[in-house]
Ligand binder design. Structure first.
Ligand code: UT7
Length: 328
């Protein structure tokens, strides 16, 4: 049986407010040159005080449904990838389903950190294998600036806020991409390398001040090494099991965390810079939203044409990582 999972109407939403490297230099001991040379990031966007991750997701989801001309009532599932939900509960998926008046859909969030988009493609395929008539609204949304420790120069320069939405179904349509294959992996023994705090492991009583455990913490150097090794490994494994090489891939869209990681992965996979899409200078690391935001921009820029095969790969907290092959 051919497993048909198509990704349609990928739409991104990025908040307007921009934080420049110079803005950060006024907060912590850093400077534009260090940030650009060590990360490739120049700006990142930050959601408004009145917004939450669900609002970014809702804006992207509304645009996506508008583009497909699908009524929200025709959805069967709402799936949200996020590591910065509005609340521990209710889920962003339930908030979205309610705001869109989607009716009694199956609605749930899941956490795979920066690998959320790829894990979501795998979940979407599984739901479609179970019930091919499913129509899944899939969003990736992050309010990372709400968990950034603005006193930690090792992490506060890296992250930004964004959301993206698409519909996964069996039919596809104009401009859609078929998910040819997807591979998701993890290594929980390395869970301490990146932690997004603020969960119930932070034991607070009313009146307590928050401490460092409430925020994002990361062992950057170690994370960097695992990121390069695992993204290369998972891409090679996925290509090999499909009988493909990088020559069969028109565009490579890696997770946008650090330009040096992207270059190292590209060079180990033997893919030239002209086939690698990079937009992290403008947005920084937007975790689960990073790949769909990059895909949406790559399409808008004419970097993806009908018939193109695109390889995406991501790496994040957990540790989690994965890769997927998309055929547009
Ligand atoms: O999306 C999830 C996955 N996350 C990632 O993939 C991120 C992976 N890690 C990285 O991207 C890099 O490790 C960082 C960008 C976080 C750091 O770059 P690095 O080249 O690994 O630097 P480092 O942590 O080894 O630090 C080098 C120096 C240190 O100073 P000393 O000890 O050599 O005096 C840091 O204190 O750079 C210092 N440093 C900074 N200096 C200026 C760290 N952050 C900053 C900063 N501005 N913002």
């Amino acid at each position: 049986m051919t497993l048909n999972c198509h990704l349609r109407a990928l739409c991104a939403h990025v908040p307007e407010t921009v934080i420049t490297n110079d803005d950060l230099a006024a907060l912590v001991d850093t400077n534009d040159q260090w940030i650009v040379e060590r990360t490739g990031i120049r700006r990142r966007h930050r959601l408004a005080d009145t917004e939450n991750a669900s609002d970014l997701a809702l804006a992207a989801a509304r645009r996506c449904l508008e583009e497909t001309a699908l009524p929200a009532r025709s959805l069967t599932h709402v799936l949200a990838a996020t590591c910065t939900p509005d609340h521990l509960s209710p889920s962003i998926a339930c908030i979205l389903a309610g705001a869109l008046d989607a009716g009694p859909v199956m609605a749930m969030d899941f956490g795979a950190a920066c690998t959320g988009f790829i894990y979501g493609l795998s979940l979407g395929r599984a739901f479609l294998a179970q019930a091919p008539e499913s129509r899944i609204l899939f969003v990736c949304t992050e309010a990372l600036t709400r968990r950034v420790n603005w006193q930690d120069r090792g992490t506060c320069v890296l992250f930004g806020d964004a959301a993206a939405a698409c519909v996964l179904d069996s039919e596809g349509g104009e401009g859609s991409a078929r998910v040819e294959d997807v591979l998701c992996q993890s290594d929980g023994t390395q869970r301490d390398l990146i932690v997004v705090g603020g969960g119930t492991a932070c034991r607070y009583a009313p009146g307590d001040p928050v401490d460092d455990s409430f925020f994002i913490s990361m062992r950057g150097r170690d994370t960097y090494k695992h990121a390069v090794r695992q993204m290369v490994q998972v891409c090679e494994t996925l290509l090999a099991r499909n009988g493909l090489t990088m020559d069969d891939v028109e565009l490579f869209v890696p997770h946008q965390a650090n330009i040096r990681i992207i270059e190292a992965v590209g060079s180990r996979l033997g893919v030239g810079a002209e086939r690698v899409f990079v937009n992290l200078a403008e947005y920084g690391n937007t975790s689960s939203a990073s790949i769909p935001l990059a895909l949406a921009e790559a399409r808008a820029a004419g970097r993806i044409r009908p018939g193109d095969r695109v390889l995406v790969t991501a790496f994040g907290a957990g540790l989690t990582w994965g890769a997927a092959l998309l055929r547009f």
